[in-house]
Design a protein around this ligand. Structure first.
Ligand code: GDP
Ligand code: MG
Length: 205
């Protein structure tokens, strides 16, 4: 039996309440979508194991309620983040306008060594809504915002129809891996398939 290296990547998902943060995570990790809106209380994480460039990776994806005040999330929420995913709803202008605040606050709270190179990813969610007729933020507008912010990668997604969700999280994992912290964990044995497990966690703060 050999020791296999597994890299833990912490990903933080931020954005206004109701944009679909929890739904995107559920679609990615559980392949499930629910119409029901259940506000996330405080902060919570789910994990998914995958292989990126032949490396075993555990994505630890932290979710939060959008209305939570940043400060009340506590330092534990931000500590050691490898990537920050910003989510807005393409049908709600305010959720797009608030991206600057989420971006700034993340940098303020997480205080990464180099804010200019810290990896962010932007997701414009709910592209399925009303067949695209209720959309108020164009793809160009979103891409312009990303270009102004050190070329943040951008994905248009639907958690409901499972559009681009896997692709977005794959990019998130790759981006986070490039920025990994020195916190690898080890397990025994060599997995012969890409495994997917779930683990519930919480924030002690
Ligand atoms: P959060 O507050 O950002 O975590 O948002 P939720 O994931 O709880 O989603 C808020 C509401 O939007 C729920 O009723 C979801 O079912 C719905 N929703 C989330 N993603 C999508 C999507 O891609 N398309 C549509 N049509 N509805 C969505
Ligand atoms: Mg939520």
């Amino acid at each position: 039996m050999s020791l296999q290296k597994r890299t833990l990547l912490k990903v933080i998902v931020l954005g206004d309440s109701g944009v679909g943060k929890t739904s995107l995570m559920n679609q990615y990790v559980h392949m499930k979508f629910s119409q029901q809106y259940k506000a996330t209380i405080g902060a919570d994480f789910v994990t998914k194991e995958l292989q990126i460039d032949e490396r075993n990776v555990t994505l630890q994806i932290w979710d939060t309620a959008g209305q939570e005040r940043f400060q009340s999330l506590g330092v534990a929420f931000y500590r050691g983040a490898d990537c920050c995913v910003l989510v807005y709803d393409v049908n709600v202008m305010k959720s797009f306008d608030n991206l600057d605040n989420w971006h700034e606050e993340f940098l303020k709270q997480a205080n990464p060594t180099d804010p200019k190179t810290f990896p962010f990813i932007l997701l414009g969610n709910k592209i399925d809504l009303d067949g695209g007729n209720s959309r108020v933020v164009s793809e160009t507008k979103a891409k312009d915002w990303c270009a102004l912010k050190e070329n943040i990668p951008y994905f248009e997604t639907s958690a409901k129809e499972d559009i681009n969700v896997g692709e977005a999280f794959h990019c998130i994992a790759k981006t986070a891996l490039a920025n990994e912290r020195e916190q690898d964990i080890y397990f025994q044995g060599i997995p012969d398939v890409v495994t997917q497990t779930e683990q519930k966690g919480g924030c002690a703060c």
